[in-house]
Design a protein around this ligand. Structure first.
Ligand code: CMP
Length: 143
């Protein structure tokens, strides 16, 4: 069983698409084991996006990700890191395939609605930025 960090970004919150995106994860049978709305600070943005801080688009990315609240979620399931990334589609909404979350709802490279960890190491590091161990709520599945 794996866990991954998913962020519903400011554009997702502001466009009232949170329910739609959460529904897709639930319909897939994934388990949301923690969830909170927070406003990302510039410091947390630099920690979260450490690998992008030196990139030309980072300034715009920080302005965007700190512009409104995000919904942070820990999602659990078999191979969930890969499964969620596939459900999101390509980074740019313009390139993401129809049927994926970004492909269906985004036409932007930056405002691409959802972030998800891209590997086990990233998931472990990113989950710790948003949640403490006691915030994870396991439950029995009836599916
Ligand atoms: P995410 O999956 O959260 O990881 C890094 C984020 O940076 C990405 O989604 C986009 O929001 C943003 N991003 C990636 N590449 C670019 C780019 N070339 N221009 C602007 N924003 C980008």
């Amino acid at each position: 069983m794996q866990r991954t960090l998913v962020l519903l970004k400011p554009d997702c919150v502001q466009r009232r698409l949170m329910g739609e995106v959460i529904s897709r994860f639930e319909a897939k049978g994934l388990e949301i084991v923690a969830m909170k709305m927070i406003r990302i600070t510039p410091e947390l943005s630099r920690q979260h996006y450490a690998e992008h801080v030196e990139k030309p688009f980072y300034r715009g990315l920080e302005a965007f990700i700190t512009s409104a609240p995000v919904l942070a979620m820990a999602i659990e399931g078999l191979e969930v890191i890969r499964v969620v990334r596939e459900m999101l589609g390509a980074t740019s909404g313009l390139k993401a395939a129809a049927g994926t979350i970004r492909g269906d709802y985004s036409s932007s490279r930056q405002m691409n609605l959802v972030h998800a960890s891209d590997g086990e190491e990233a998931a472990s590091r990113e989950l710790k930025l948003y949640f403490s161990e006691e915030e994870f709520c396991e439950f029995d599945s009836v599916m």
